[in-house]
Design a protein around this ligand. Structure first.
Ligand SMILES: *Cc1c(COP(=O)(O)O)cnc(C)c1O
Length: 412
């Protein structure tokens, strides 16, 4: 990374950035919402479009001097549309939460009924949780997974939707390890007259690579972050049917946001071009393969996985079976150089701050080039720490993670 000026002017921040890079390279990152962007994406982020004000949209700006910015933003839009077979795309949302807010306000007024998955079942905060705007501004109806199978329960969703007549039904999750049958959601929306919305923040990279069903062609509106499996800069995008393009664009600007971050949009364009390459398909395929091997390794060693496995990039381990809370497991693994996050499991008897599970995912390790044999080693390291988390075991695990990481450096 070229940080000569930062180093010279602000050695304090420079050294912290370097330390963070070292931490990322010396640890095994299994937080499923994270990834490592390419050098090309990083470079585009640190460029002069950050200086530009460009409120409005290409060809209709509220400021002069946008002749090149317009071309950059149009390139990002066109590439994203092609990637997901979308009729319309807006690449200005600053992140996933504001993208959802804009999408909701494009279709709903305060007090309207929003139906989404409950947080402790795998939904996102913005899907109607009471501590979030989505659960306070809108009348939030929340659905759950089936208690036995821990899978989406379409009968229950259909019944609740018929009873409560939501304006919009949301699918797409933060902590759901299985593939999503988007067609069934579309049918329930058609039957009940609801807007069909999917939030594919986590799985977007799998959807555009054909490793997970892509809802974009037949859903009314789809939001996504750009920084999770899609492997772009931190940000988001909204895709929708042509008939909704004006209301979506107006909801992003001027309703919710001001000037878009055009350096980030340039980096999004670069990432979307990367996602069009054959190597991206390979990467997405490997993410899923890696997750399956990691899940199998953990289960073979006696760990309980929510729903009994994974179809995508993530899994939830019920660590209560090992006599630990998710918080304790997260902390012991962090000391071993394995990063994950504590997470509720469906019908969790514990509170979100100290839940029963941890969430693991394979995007970062896959981007680093790790494959099935490394997943077996990672599974063994994790199990050793969950099994016995005294200082000696943690020290041993830390040595193993360092050893593994050495062979998979990413940033030079
Ligand atoms: C991560 C995530 C978001 C929020 O994205 P931010 O960029 O953190 O605001 C929204 N929805 C889902 C399903 C997510 O997983």
């Amino acid at each position: 990374m070229h940080l000569g000026k930062v180093k010279e002017f602000d050695p304090e921040i420079y050294s912290l950035i370097e330390k963070e890079k070292e931490r990322q390279m010396e640890g095994i990152e299994l937080i499923p919402s994270e990834n490592l962007v390419s050098q090309a994406v990083l470079e585009a982020l640190g460029t002069v479009p950050t200086n530009k004000y460009s409120e409005g949209y290409p060809g209709k700006r509220y400021y002069s001097g946008n002749e090149f910015i317009d071309v950059i933003e149009n390139a990002a839009i066109d590439r994203l549309k092609k990637l997901f077979n979308a009729e319309h795309a807006n690449v200005q949302p600053l992140s996933g939460a504001p993208a959802n807010m804009a999408a909701f306000f494009a279709f709903m007024k305060p007090g309207d009924t929003l139906m989404g998955m409950r947080l402790d079942m795998g939904g996102h905060l913005t899907h109607g949780h009471k501590v979030n705007f989505s659960g306070t501004i809108f009348n939030s109806v929340q659905y759950m997974v089936d208690k036995e199978t821990e899978l989406i329960d379409f009968e229950q969703i259909r019944k609740t939707a018929l009873e409560t007549k939501p304006k919009l039904i949301l699918s797409g999750y933060t902590a759901y390890p299985r593939s999503i049958d988007f067609k069934q959601f579309r049918e329930i929306c058609d039957e009940t007259g609801a807007i069909a919305m999917a939030d594919i923040a986590h799985i977007a990279g799998l959807c555009c690579a054909g490793e997970h069903e892509n809802p974009v062609p037949y859903f009314d509106v789809v939001t996504t972050t750009t920084h999770k499996t899609l492997r772009g800069p931190r940000g988001a995008a909204i895709m929708c049917k042509k008939e909704f393009s004006e209301q979506i664009d107006k909801a992003v600007f001027p309703f919710l946001q001001g000037g878009p971050h055009e350096n980030v949009i340039a980096a999004k364009a670069v990432a979307f071009k990367e996602a069009q390459q054959p190597s991206f398909k390979q990467y997405a395929k490997q993410i899923v393969k890696n997750a399956k091997v990691l899940a199998e390794t953990l289960m073979e060693k006696g760990n309980r996985l929510v729903s009994g496995g994974t179809d995508n990039h993530l899994m939830l381990v019920d660590v209560s079976k090992k006599g630990l809370t998710g918080k304790e497991a997260e902390a012991a693994l962090e000391k071993s150089g394995v990063y994950c996050n504590k997470n509720t499991i469906p019908f969790d008897p514990r509170k979100p701050w100290e839940p029963s599970g941890i969430r693991l995912g394979t995007p970062v390790v896959t981007t680093r080039g790790m494959k099935e044999s490394e997943m077996k080693e990672i599974g063994a390291i994790i199990d050793s720490v969950l099994e016995k988390h005294d200082d000696a075991s943690i020290k041993k695990a830390r040595e193993r993670t360092k050893e593994l990481c050495k062979k998979f450096q990413f940033y030079k």
